[in-house]
Each structure stands twice: as structure tokens, then as C-alpha cells.
Design a protein around this ligand. Structure first.
Ligand code: COI
Length: 360
């Protein structure tokens, strides 16, 4: 039986931020979606409730053993003023894959998506409409049971919070500098690198500190076994255009299967541009640059959208890609993807899902 989503009003609404200075992940809307889990009850009490601090037991298992997973998706205001999501069913599916790996009980994907749509309807005035802006949606689940033994928890909380956001890296589409990490690794095959769990990001911070100190925007991770094959950048998947063909690392169990990654691959196939998912070593990337064949490098992710890479540093070598300019293919993919997301372009893939039409 479908559960009713209750609504708990707040007394005062917050002022909306200036759309010109949104940045990423700094502002949060008035309400959130919440639901709890208890092993005796299943998932219960779905509600749209004021966004506010939580009270948790100091022994809540998430603080000790890290059962915490999340998703990232966006709602867009189209040119006619309606609101739409981009492939949200992929995020729901991946959330359940993360649940499975972290021993968190499965959620009803359709029900959660309905809850997210209802939340967005409640918060429709928080969906920004400025160039390069969207409403970032962050569903997440964590264990709340007060207990110190190591085993899967019997109690969890699921929340969905909303953050009106602009570009992830300072400004949209400006080429970023990336540092290839050699000392630390992000994930091992058989581990949790292929799911969206908080620990993956905690483990990346030490290397990110080094990158920050060197003036790099992000890390490019190599495989943990041989320190040789390219995996991903911490907040996006990576693509190389070499001699007219596009290559992206094949999903191997330690790389996150990005929704934007999958969309870029489908788009390239649709355009008849050769694209291969395969193991690619960092030596090959640098050798292609030496031969003059490395035409473009770009990252793809929900938060980052399409992010051209202007410079890559590995050991003591730095290479500049496409003279540190936005490549034509990166630009075309960005235009097509954001065009579809914003309802400015045809959506031949049926990727967009309407949340609210203009009259709503
Ligand atoms: C996203 O692109 O939605 C992500 O989750 C990456 C992030 C850690 C900001």
C-alpha cells in the first residue's frame, strides 16, 4: 500500500539567495523530504518537513562505522517556466545499488521519486533560472541506530535536501587544471568505489589538499593495483579525445557509473563519433599528447556538467591541452546536454521528466 506523504509547515520562509552569486552547495531551501527506517517497520513516516538541524544519538552507528550513501541530481527551469529532472530513475537505481553494497535496506524507487517531485513542487520558487544554474538535489541515507557493535544498523534516516546552485568549479566551462595522484588511491576493485558512499570522499581529501596547494582544481585517480590506468576524477568521470576518437575508462568495479558519463556516451554514439570504454593508461594519454593527438580532455558529472581539462600534471610533467581552450567537442556536448536539460533542445532520448508545467 502506498504511504501518504505528510506536510509539516514552517513558520517563516528564508530569503532567497542572489542568483548571481550562488556557487555550489552553499544555500538550502526551506523544506526537505524525510523518511525513517526501523527493522520492525520498514521505511515509514514519509514527510516534507522544515529544513533544520537534526538531533542524533552520539552512538548513532553512522558516526562510527560510516553507513552513509548519497546521490546528486538536478531540477531545471525550462524556458517556458516549467520544471524538469534529468534521468532521475538512474539516480534512484544507483541509490539502491549503493544501499545493497552498504547493507542498507532497499528503498521503493518510484515512491522516492514521487516524494522528490512533491518536494520540488513545494519548493518550486527555489529553482533558479539564471544561466548555468539549477536546483541541486541531494538524497542521502545514513544509519541512526544507537549501538557500538559492528554490523548493519537496524535504523536509518533518508533525507532529500535542495540547494540552488551555479557552477561547481568557479565558472562554467572554463578549463581546469588537474593533478594525477600517485601516492594515494581512491578505490580498489571489490571495495566501494563504484557506489556513492561518503567514505570514498573522506578518503580523497588528503590528496585533494595536495592538489589545492599546487593550484589544481581536482585529482585524477589511477587504479590502485598498478598505479597505471586512469579511473576518474573525484567529482566526475573523465573522457579523452585522441585522434578523432573518444575514450573513457571502462567501468571496472572501482569507478563510479556516472549518469552524465552514460549520457555523453549515448550522445556521441548518436552523433556517430567513435567512442570506446576501455582501460587507458596515463602513459598512453601523455604519449598521445607527445604525438600531437590528444585533442581534448573533459570531465562529466552531475555537479560539474561538462568540465574541460586545460592542464594535466603527472609526476614532474605538465601538459597543456588544446592551448587551455574549451575544445569544440566539449562545447558541443555541453550545449546539447544543457540544451536538453533546459528544454531548449529536442530530447530524442526521453531523458527529461517533467515535475511541473507552467500553470502548476
Ligand atoms: C555530483 O556530481 O552530483 C556529485 O555527487 C559529485 C559531488 C561530490 C559534488
Amino acid at each position: 500500500m502506498k504511504q501518504e506523504i505528510s506536510f509539516i509547515p514552517r513558520e517563516q520562509l528564508k530569503p532567497k539567495p542572489d542568483p548571481a552569486s550562488l556557487g555550489f552547495g552553499k544555500y538550502f531551501s526551506d523544506y526537505m523530504f524525510a523518511m525513517d527506517y526501523h527493522s520492525d517497520l520498514g521505511w515509514f513516516d514519509p514527510r516534507i518537513t522544515p529544513y533544520e538541524p537534526l538531533t542524533l544519538d552520539p552512538s548513532a552507528m553512522v558516526f562510527h562505522y560510516g553507513q552513509a550513501i548519497f546521490e546528486g541530481m538536478k531540477a531545471y527551469k525550462t524556458k517556458d517556466g516549467s520544471i524538469q529532472l534529468f534521468r532521475p530513475e538512474k539516480n534512484m537505481k544507483r541509490l539502491n545499488e549503493s544501499c545493497e553494497r552498504l547493507c542498507i535496506p532497499q528503498i521503493d524507487e518510484d515512491f522516492l521519486l514521487e516524494g522528490i517531485k512533491e518536494l520540488i513542487m513545494t519548493e518550486k520558487d527555489w529553482v533558479p533560472s539564471g544561466e548555468g544554474t539549477s536546483l541541486y538535489i541531494r538524497p542521502f541515507i545514513f544509519s541512526t541506530e544507537p549501538y557500538l557493535g559492528v554490523r548493519p544498523a537496524k535504523q536509518y534516516k533518508l533525507l532529500v535536501i535542495l540547494s540552488p546552485s551555479g557552477a561547481y568549479y568557479g565558472s562554467q566551462l572554463s578549463p581546469v587544471k588537474i593533478y594525477v595522484e600517485e601516492q594515494f588511491v581512491r578505490a580498489v576493485i571489490g571495495g566501494v568505489g563504484h557506489v556513492k558512499t561518503a567514505g570514498n570522499y573522506a578518503a580523497s581529501l588528503k590528496a585533494q589538499e595536495k592538489a589545492d596547494a599546487g593550484g589544481y582544481a581536482q585529482i585524477l585517480w589511477l587504479d590502485a593495483k598498478e598505479n597505471k590506468y586512469v579511473e576518474e576524477v573525484g567529482s566526475m568521470n573523465i573522457f579523452f579525445k585522441i585522434n578523432g576518437e573518444v575514450v573513457t575508462p571502462r567501468l571496472n568495479g572501482s569507478i563510479l557509473p556516472g549518469v552524465t558519463r552514460d549520457s555523453v556516451i549515448q550522445l556521441l554514439k548518436h552523433w556517430n563519433i567513435p567512442v570506446r570504454e576501455e582501460k587507458i593508461s596515463i602513459e598512453e594519454v601523455f604519449a598521445a599528447h607527445k604525438r600531437g593527438e590528444l585533442e581534448e580532455v573533459f570531465g562529466a558529472g552531475t555537479a560539474a556538467v561538462i568540465s574541460p581539462v586545460g592542464e594535466l600534471t603527472w609526476k614532474d610533467q605538465s601538459i597543456v591541452i588544446n592551448n587551455n581552450h574549451i575544445g569544440q567537442l566539449s562545447q558541443d556536448i555541453y550545449d546539447e546536454m544543457t540544451g536538453i536539460q533546459l528544454g531548449k533542445k529536442e530530447d530524442p532520448f526521453n531523458w527529461t521528466v517533467k515535475v511541473a508545467s507552467v500553470e502548476a
